[in-house]
Design a protein around this ligand. Structure first.
Ligand code: ATP
Ligand code: SF4
Ligand code: MG
Length: 338
């Protein structure tokens, strides 16, 4: 974790939301993120996957300082962004930007494209008006749009073009890190590929680093160097992408892979032998043992009683399961899921 090559370090991150009084007394606390560690090396992409509600967006928002951090720290290079307040936080904001899922709602319909891209520079007071316009035009071309497109309003662009605009806006302040929260989920599959290719090209051209959130394993496999699999506010498995897809060891990761098998025929076969049923437990009252135990076909009494640690299996592969390495995926097709 002390590698000087790291752009981002997230240490022991917890984000708990107090959502009011609990029925039997005390407070109702949502453990949205509950002890997460990872780092992102310069020029690489760290992916976070998991079901809806597992805490992916909350991690993104904590890094961006958009929600209060309950515990832990976030470092951007040597700057502890989790400890910044007021002016110093504002100054640091140029260095980390975010791209959201919905390019429709993240652009002000009354602002022309150039003004939208300039917006972070205006807010951060970077450069003069002419310089900001020049940066906006440069970013338009960097994301594959015509520099004259700056005169258009968001509704005059297609969905994919609007996401390009959002990426241009995120790039304008020349950040070290871009946090992408489901940036292609709202787009058609053909357009998704274009946006992913653009993100990869920008990464190479500008040395960018990404945190990339997605529920789609195929997307993660395509763009990420390392992946963390989230379940109920915690990583259950973390590994370099090739290792994860070839050697996944956690039953929850297997179930995600089974669900992601693409040919309909295989999916149909798997649907008859579901590995994963039910819903995740509530993050308001997470189970005391393994959080996956209620849905895991391998669960034992030990699983229900003791939380498994994230154990090191070498080569950057970590797994939080008492029996990792001893279990076999129950569905043979899973082995070809990569
Ligand atoms: N501001 C908030 N106040 C209370 N609870 C919240 C808040 N934000 C998120 N949560 C809860 O925290 C948990 C994690 O939510 P989060 O949005 O991070 O999940 P996610 O993995 O991004 O899900 P999705 O795939 O649906 O986007 C959920 O149970 C959610 O209801
Ligand atoms: S610790 Fe037990 S319940 Fe949890 S994933 Fe491993 S086998 Fe399943
Ligand atoms: Mg989300």
């Amino acid at each position: 974790m002390s590698d000087g090559n790291n752009i981002l370090r997230v240490n022991g991150l917890k984000v708990h939301f107090d959502t009011g009084r609990a029925p039997g007394g005390g407070r109702r606390i949502v453990h949205a993120v509950d002890g997460v560690n990872f780092s992102v090396k310069k020029g690489t992409c760290f992916g976070i996957v998991g079901e809806s509600g597992s805490g992916k967006s909350t991690i993104a928002q904590a890094i961006m300082r958009l929600v209060p951090i309950t515990e832990g720290s976030v470092f951007l290079k040597n700057l502890q962004i989790s400890g910044l307040q007021g002016e110093s936080l504002r100054d640091a904001r140029a260095r980390f930007q975010m791209v959201f899922q919905d390019p429709f709602s993240s652009l002000n319909p009354r602002k022309k494209a150039r003004a939208a891209i300039r917006e972070p520079l205006d807010l951060l007071g970077i450069g003069d008006a002419k310089g900001r316009d020049e940066v906006a035009e440069e970013m338009l071309t960097a994301v594959g749009l015509h520099r004259d497109a700056g005169r258009l309003f968001p509704h005059q662009f297609s969905g994919g073009q609007r996401q390009r605009l959002c990426i241009a806006r995120a790039l304008a302040s020349r950040p070290d890190l871009i946090v992408c929260d489901e940036p292609v989920s709202a787009l058609d599959v053909a357009i998704q590929a274009q946006i992913l290719n653009l993100l990869r090209k920008l990464q190479q051209d500008m040395g960018l680093s990404y945190v990339f959130i997605s529920h789609d394993l195929a997307v993660v496999q395509y763009i990420c160097d390392e992946v963390g699999v989230m379940y109920l506010g915690q990583f259950v498995e973390r590994a370099p992408v090739g290792k994860l897809f070839a050697e996944a060891k956690h039953p929850y990761t297997w179930s995600l892979m089974a669900a992601a098998l693409s040919p309909e025929a295989e999916r149909g076969a798997l649907a008859k032998r579901p590995l994963l049923g039910g819903e995740p437990p509530s993050p308001t009252n997470p189970p005391k043992g393994c959080r996956f135990a209620a849905r895991c076909p391998f669960a034992t009494e030990k699983c229900k009683a003791e939380p498994p640690a994230l154990r090191d299996f070498g080569g950057g592969h970590r797994v939080a399961c008492h029996f990792a390495g001893e279990l076999e995926p129950p569905i043979p097709e899973l082995k070809s899921a990569a």
